[in-house]
Design a protein around this ligand. Structure first.
Ligand code: OX2
Length: 740
C-alpha cells in the first residue's frame, strides 16, 4: 500500500527544492501537481501499509533487500457512499499508466499449474516429475524505492500475468482459435484483482492461483540471481534470507523444496536442511480462526506435486514430534500441518512455523498471545524460535511528507534534521516542553493542519466544522473487533446528553468534530451496517439546530494512504479502541503519535508499549485488559452493562435514527449475552476516558504538553527500529552501502 510516490521520492532523494524550482519554470506548482497523483492501493490495510513502511526503512538503512508482490490491475476497491450505504467501485488505477514502474520484458518466468505427477526412472533412481497442464508467464514490473539520505534504492518487484507463448498450441493446431484466445484471457486474470477481505480466507481457487503465481515467479527470480554468482546450494542460507510476511507467501516452502529436490536433484534431506535455514515468518493475526487454511482438494488439483511435498514435510514432522512428545494424539493433531475434518486442509501457519527458523509476533502483547494461546504447542516445542519485533511506521512519509510544517518545527527546535534518519532524537522535544514560544508554535502547526482538514471535510461532505472544536478521529478498516460501533454509541450518548441539557450547561461543553473513516469488506454485512449507522447518526446530529457546533459527525469516504496523510496531522485525539487481545499491533496509533495527536485507547497491541514510552498520564486509557477479557466473556449474560449503553441501544432499535428494521441485527451483536467484543462492559470506562479528554482539552497548555510528549515518545515506533531488529536478530544481515 504505497500510496503516492512523487513527494516521498523527491524528499528521499533530497531534490525537493530543485524539483519544485524546475516545475515552476515549466509553470507548475509542486503541491498542486503532487495532488494529481493517484494512490497505489495494492493491499487491504495495516499489513500492506506496514510492508510499505518496511521498504522505506530497508532502503534508508542500506539493507540489500527486495520486496515481491503482485501487480494487481484493480487495487483495493474505491468506496463510495450512496444514501449512507457503502458501494464498491473498481480501482482501475493503471488507466493513465503508472510512471513509477519499469516493465522488465526480459525478466519473465513461466509459472505452471494443474496436470499430473509421474514417477520416472533417472539413472536408476525413481524421481517425481510434475507434468503441468497450464502455463502462465509472469512479467516483472520494478518499482524503485529510494532511501532517504543514501544512494541506496531498493526494488519492489511486482508480477503481472501474461499468457504464455506456449499456450495451448494444440488448440491452435486443431483450429479452435477463438477458444484459445478466450483461455489466454483467463490466464491473464490471475493478477487482475486484489481480494478485498483483509482477514477471512475462503479457499477460493483464484486466490490460491495468485499466491502460487507470486511465489513461483519470485523464487525463480531469487534462485536465478543466486546461481549467477554461486554454484553450490550449500551457500544458499548464507546468501538468501526469505521472510514470510504472514502466510500469504508460505507456499514458497513447498515450491523451494520442489525446485531443490525435483529440479536441482539435491535429495530430500539436504534440501530440507537448506530450507530450514532460510525462512523466517511473521504472523500478524491473533486468533486461531483467523489463520489461513487451504483445502487439500483444491491444492491437489492446482498443484499436485506441492501437495505431495507438503504431505512429506508433515509426515517427517509428525515422526519427529512423536519422538519428542510421545503418542499424545490430541496434541499431534493440533500441531499437524494437515487439518482433518469436513474439509481437509493445509494449515499455512503450522507449515510456516515448522519450516522457519524464527517466528515473529508484531508486538509484545501479541507475542505473549502467540506463546500462550495461538501457538502454545509450538512454543513449548521450540521456545527459541519465538521472538517479537514491534511494528513501526516511517517518519519520512508520516511526518516529512504529510506534515511539512511540523517537520520544519521539529528540525528548528531539535536543531537538526537528523531525526529524519534517527527518530530516537525526537525525545529531545521533552527538553522544550516548558518553553512557551515552542508550545505556541506547536499549537499554530496543529491549527494549520486542522484548517486543511476542515477544508477537505467541507468540500467532501458540505459540513462546516469549527477549528476550536476537538477533532476526534477513528480511521481504519471497519471491523467489529475495532469497535467503531463503540465510538458511534459514545457519540449517540453525547448527543443525547446535549439534548437533555439546559442552555447554560451546554455552554460548558467542549465542542467535538467526530471523524470516522474506513472500508468494510464487500461481503461483511455487519461492518456495512456500522457505516450506515454512522451516516444515519450524522444526518440527525449535524442537522439539529440545538446542537450547532457542539457536535458534528463526519464519515470520510474512501479512506486510503493519501487521505490518511491529510487526516492524521489534523487530529487532536485519535481512537484505537479494539477489544483487548484482538489487535495484533496496530500502526495507525504510531502515525497519530508522531503527529502530536493524543490517543484514546485500550491496552491492546502496540498501545501497551506506547504506554511504556509515554506514561499512562499522557493518554486516555480505558477498558478491560487482555487478561480480563476471557473471564468477562465467560460471565456473558451476567455482565453489568451501564444504563447509558442500554439507552443508546434502545434509541437505535426504536428507529430514532431511522431504518429501524435494518439496524436490528446490528444491535443484536452487542446485546447482553451476545456481546462478544464487550462493548457493553467497556462502555462505562469508555465514557470516563472521553470525559477525561474533554477535561484536558479545556486546559490548552496541558493539552499541548501532552501533544508534544506524544511526538517525543514516538521514536521507538519508527519502522527504522523495527527493520534494524529484524536485520540483526532474524535475518542476520549487515547494511550494504551503495558503491556508486
Ligand atoms: C494487520 C493487523 O491486524 C494489525 O494489528 C497489524 O498492525 C498489521 O497487520 C501489521 O502488522 N491482516 N492485517 C493485519 O494482519 C492481517 C493478517
Amino acid at each position: 500500500m504505497i500510496g503516492r510516490s512523487l513527494s516521498n521520492s523527491v524528499i528521499n532523494l533530497g531534490i525537493q527544492d530543485q524539483y519544485a524550482e524546475a516545475l515552476n519554470q515549466l509553470g507548475f506548482e509542486f503541491e498542486v501537481l503532487a495532488e494529481q497523483e493517484g494512490d497505489a492501493s495494492l493491499g487491504n490495510g495495516g499489513l500492506a501499509r506496514f510492508s510499505a513502511c518496511q521498504m522505506d526503512s530497508l532502503a534508508t538503512l542500506d539493507y540489500p533487500a527486495w520486496g515481491y508482490g503482485l501487480r494487481y490491475e484493480y487495487g483495493l476497491f474505491r468506496q463510495i457512499i450512496v444514501d449512507g450505504f457503502q458501494h464498491e467501485q473498481p480501482d482501475y488505477w493503471l488507466n493513465f499508466g503508472n510512471p513509477w514502474e519499469i516493465e522488465r520484458i526480459h525478466v519473465t518466468y513461466e509459472v505452471k499449474f494443474n496436470g499430473t505427477v509421474e514417477e520416472v526412472d533417472m539413472n536408476g533412481e525413481k524421481v517425481k516429475v510434475w507434468i503441468p497442464g497450464e502455463t502462465v508467464e509472469a512479467v516483472a514490473y520494478d518499482n524503485p524505492i529510494p532511501g532517504y539520505g543514501t544512494k541506496n534504492t531498493i526494488n519492489l518487484r511486482l508480477w503481472a500475468a501474461k499468457p504464455s507463448n506456449q499456450f495451448d498450441l494444440e488448440a491452435y493446431n486443431t483450429g479452435d482459435y477463438i477458444n484459445s484466445i478466450v483461455n489466454r484471457q483467463n490466464t491473464e486474470a490471475i493478477s487482475n484483482v486484489l481480494y478485498p477481505d483483509d482477514r477471512s480466507h475462503q479457499g477460493k481457487e483464484m486466490r490460491l492461483k495468485q499466491q502460487y503465481f507470486f511465489v513461483s515467479a519470485s523464487l525463480q527470480d531469487i534462485i536465478r540471481r543466486f546461481k549467477e554468482a554461486h554454484n553450490n546450494f550449500d551457500e544458499l542460507p548464507e546468501q538468501v534470507a526469505l521472510h514470510l510476511n504472514d502466510t500469504h507467501p508460505s507456499l514458497s516452502i513447498a515450491e523451494i523444496m520442489r525446485i531443490l529436490v525435483d529440479e536441482e536433484h539435491l535429495g530430500w534431506s539436504k534440501a530440507w536442511n537448506i530450507v530450514n535455514k532460510i525462512f523466517s515468518f511473521t504472523t500478524h493475526t491473533v486468533v486461531a480462526e483467523g489463520l489461513e487454511k487451504i483445502p487439500v482438494d483444491l491444492l491437489g488439483s492446482l498443484l499436485p506435486r506441492h501437495l505431495q511435498i507438503l504431505y512429506e514435510i508433515n509426515s517427517n514432522f509428525m515422526e519427529e514430534l512423536k519422538k519428542k512428545i510421545g503418542l499424545d494424539y490430541n496434541r499431534l493433531s493440533r500441531m499437524s500441518i494437515i487439518e482433518e475434518g469436513a474439509v481437509k486442509s493445509i494449515r499455512m501457519a503450522n507449515l510456516s512455523i515448522v519450516c522457519s527458523h524464527t517466528v515473529n509476533g508484531v508486538s509484545k502483547v501479541h507475542s505473549n498471545t502467540l506463546k500462550t494461546k495461538t501457538f502454545k504447542d509450538f512454543y513449548e516445542l521450540w521456545p527459541e524460535k519465538f521472538q517479537y519485533t514491534t511494528n513501526g511506521v516511517t517518519q519520512r512519509r508520516w511526518i516529512v511528507v504529510s506534515n511539512p510544517s511540523l517537520c520544519a518545527l521539529l528540525s528548528k527546535w531539535l536543531g537538526t534534521e537528523a531525526w529524519i534518519r534517527n527518530a530516537d532524537l525526537l525525545t529531545g522535544l521533552r527538553d522544550h516542553v516548558d518553553n512557551t514560544s515552542f508550545r505556541h508554535e506547536w499549537k499554530m502547526v496543529k491549527r494549520l493542519n486542522k484548517m486543511r482538514l476542515a477544508e477537505y471535510i467541507e468540500t467532501m461532505s458540505g459540513v462546516k466544522v469549527s477549528l476550536d472544536a476537538m477533532f476526534d478521529v477513528q480511521v481504519k478498516r471497519i471491523h467489529e473487533y475495532k469497535r467503531q460501533l463503540l465510538n458511534i454509541f459514545g457519540i449517540i450518548h453525547r448527543y443525547d446528553c446535549l439534548k437533555n441539557m439546559d442552555k447554560n450547561d451546554r455552554r460548558k461543553v467542549v465542542p467535538r468534530v467526530c471523524i470516522i473513516g474506513g472500508k468494510a469488506a464487500p461481503g461483511y454485512e455487519i461492518a456495512k451496517k456500522i457505516i450506515k449507522l454512522c451516516h444515519a447518526v450524522a444526518e440527525k446530529v449535524n442537522n439539529d439546530a440545538d446542537i450547532g457546533d457542539l457536535l458534528k459527525l463526519v464519515f470520510i469516504p474512501d479512506y486510503n494512504v493519501s487521505v490518511a496523510e491529510l487526516v492524521i496531522p489534523g487530529a487532536d485525539l485519535s481512537q484505537h479502541i479494539s477489544t483487548a487481545g484482538h489487535e495484533a499491533s496496530g500502526t495507525g496509533s504510531m502515525k497519530f503519535l508522531m503527529n502530536g495527536c493524543l490517543l484514546l485507547a485500550t491496552a491492546d497491541g502496540s498501545t501497551v508499549e506506547i504506554i511504556e514510552e509515554l506514561g499512562s498520564d499522557n493518554l486516555f486509557l480505558f477498558g478491560a485488559k487482555v487478561e480480563e477479557v476471557a473471564e468477562l466473556r465467560e460471565k456473558g449474560g451476567a455482565l453489568k452493562v451501564p444504563l447509558q449503553f442500554a439507552r443508546v441501544l434502545r434509541m437505535v432499535r426504536d428507529g430514532y435514527f431511522g431504518d429501524k428494521d435494518y439496524f436490528q441485527s446490528l444491535c443484536d451483536t452487542v446485546e447482553v449475552g451476545n456481546d462478544f467484543y464487550l462493548l457493553g462492559s467497556d462502555f462505562g470506562s469508555y465514557l470516563e476516558a472521553q470525559a477525561a479528554a474533554d477535561k484536558a482539552f479545556v486546559e490548552p497548555d496541558k493539552w499541548i504538553k501532552m501533544s508534544i510528549l506524544s511526538a517525543a515518545a514516538s521514536g521507538r515506533f519508527s519502522s527504522d527500529r523495527t527493520i534494524r531488529e529484524y536485520a540483526e536478530r532474524t535475518w542476520k544481515i549487515d547494511p550494504c552501502q551503495c558503491p556508486f
